[in-house]
Design a protein around this ligand. Structure first.
Ligand SMILES: [Zn+2]
Length: 487
């Protein structure tokens, strides 16, 4: 089959063998010309939905525009994302560049864990100036290229408002991560008793809540949970409005999505940890309101900083995780979701041990960092320009992240010999500097209106596609080996 396709193509074209797919009288394949531009090749009867094709010999070459990805998915159903439910663990591969999915597929292909390939938060979309269609199409093209048919999810991450929901529903996302953190009152942990009481009594349903929780003992597995008056008031003041917002978001999604979907609640981006009792309060209220969640991302104890390992007491993390799991299994079952989940090597064994198969781990920026690792090795001069730029941007970029980065610990990039630049990807502070600047690196333009870095960066990734995939496979093996089994 591959030879037949090659015969129809001009010389020098590469055919991605795994992509080749017959459907009725049509044959589909991903091909690439010598300039590293990819096309969808279709021979036989041409689907009328595909656009902007150029006829060559017996087939037609179509550009990889989003419209064509969606059209192709009408013929190849494995390109469509699906809800994951709670039958087994899952792993989110965010891809800010739109070229990492083939490497992600290879990382997960023979492991007992279900991937999410399309995953981007509204914040990331803004920073990268991408649209949800692009995110979905990039994932579909990657799945097509690798001929991956085992199914994948599509996560519209950190949705904060009903408007956010409207942006992603029409694109076919199957997982909706609701982030009500704007409604979480982080001050609840430190309020005086009087203030706490005042805030509590401000909540309309507060007498109902006291009736529902006041003298009640909740059982969750081996746990017995009972709220003291203060604990209850804290949980309510901190989360009640967020719960109401999540209910509203759920109802909007439910009314707009036909069929099943995954609904994750993320409350990870708050200052204070979510205690098991607060988790219980949240889930019990949501259940009463008819909200069916497939996952919750609590704010865990310790520090989940971007791009580096967990910082904190592992025993305490394990104890808290165990309690969260008991609640999720009793009141669900649903998954415990770990956000900022890349590079958290010290906790993966604990996640597997305590969650069993009920977990989701989310990663995003780490695939961008692997792209930079590739560039550091191939084009050191270009990499040092990206690094210096990221460093200049750092004070500004770090504001929206909680990080303890100490830039004085970073070796001077001007004094590092080229062959040692990849070492910066091993240094925590340097990793964080690079991690948070992705938006500026990918969107900054020079005075002529050309991208300062993006075009060059994408060119290198396209020319070294295999090497990028290998780096991703190697990097994610360190994540997936402790979390899943090899099939
Ligand atoms: Zn998150």
């Amino acid at each position: 089959m591959i030879d037949e396709i090659k015969k129809c193509l001009p010389s020098g074209y590469h055919v991605y063998e795994r992509s080749i797919q017959k459907a009725g009288k049509k044959t589909f394949a991903m091909v690439e010309n010598p300039k590293h531009e990819k096309f969808l090749y279709v021979s036989g009867e041409q689907p009328s939905e595909l656009q902007k094709g150029k006829r060559i010999d017996k087939g037609v070459l179509y550009p990889l525009i989003s419209e064509n990805a969606f059209a192709l998915s009408q013929y190849l159903s494995y390109l469509k994302p699906r809800p994951l439910g709670v039958n087994g663990p899952s792993f989110g591969f965010g891809d800010r560049l739109g070229v990492a999915t083939p490497g992600h597929v290879r990382s997960v292909r023979s492991r007992s864990i279900t991937p999410v390939f399309a995953q981007q938060s509204i914040r990331e979309l803004k920073r990268t100036k991408r649209v949800p269609e692009e995110v979905m199409a990039s994932a579909m093209w990657g799945v097509f290229q690798e001929g991956y048919k085992k199914g994948f999810g599509a996560d519209a991450d950190h949705l904060k408002t009903p408007e956010d929901v409207e942006k992603v529903v029409p694109v076919g996302f199957t997982m909706f991560t609701c982030d009500p953190s704007d409604y979480v009152n982080g001050r609840a942990a430190t309020m005086s008793s009087e203030e706490l009481k005042r805030e509590f009594e401000d909540i309309e349903d507060h007498t109902g809540i006291v009736n529902r929780y006041g003298d009640r003992k909740f059982k969750a597995g081996r746990l017995q949970l009972e709220f003291s008056e203060k604990e209850l008031m804290r949980a309510v003041v901190k989360y009640y409005r967020a719960i109401k917002h999540a209910e509203k978001m759920y109802q909007i999604i439910e009314s707009r999505v036909k069929g099943e979907f995954d609904f994750e609640l993320s409350i990870d981006e708050t200052d204070e940890p979510t205690t098991p009792k607060q988790h219980l309060f949240i889930i019990n209220e949501l259940k009463d309101a008819g909200v069916k969640i497939t996952g919750i991302a609590p704010r865990f104890v310790g520090d989940f900083q971007k791009a580096i390992d967990y910082i904190g007491d592992l025993d305490e993390f394990a104890r808290q995780l165990e309690a969260h799991v008991e609640i999720a299994q009793t009141f669900g079952p649903y998954k415990i979701s770990v956000h900022s989940g890349s590079d958290k090597f010290s906790i993966y064994p604990l996640i597997k041990k305590y969650c069993g198969t009920l977990f989701h781990v989310k990663t995003a920026g780490t695939s961008y960092l692997e792209a930079l690792r590739l560039i550091a090795g191939i084009e050191p001069e270009f990499f040092s320009r990206i690094f210096r730029f990221s460093l200049e941007r750092f004070e500004e970029e770090r504001r929206s992240y909680a990080m303890t980065t100490d830039i004085s610990k970073i070796p001077n990039v001007d004094e590092l010999p080229g062959e040692r630049l990849p070492e910066l990807l091993e240094q925590n502070d340097a990793r964080q500097v690079l991690h948070v600047a992705y938006g500026s690196v990918l969107t900054t333009k020079n005075e002529n209106g050309d991208y300062t870095f993006k075009d060059e960066l994408m060119r290198i990734l396209k020319e070294h596609e295999e090497e990028y995939e290998e780096l991703l496979v190697k990097h994610f093996a360190r994540h997936l080996a402790p979390l899943s089994i090899s099939l």
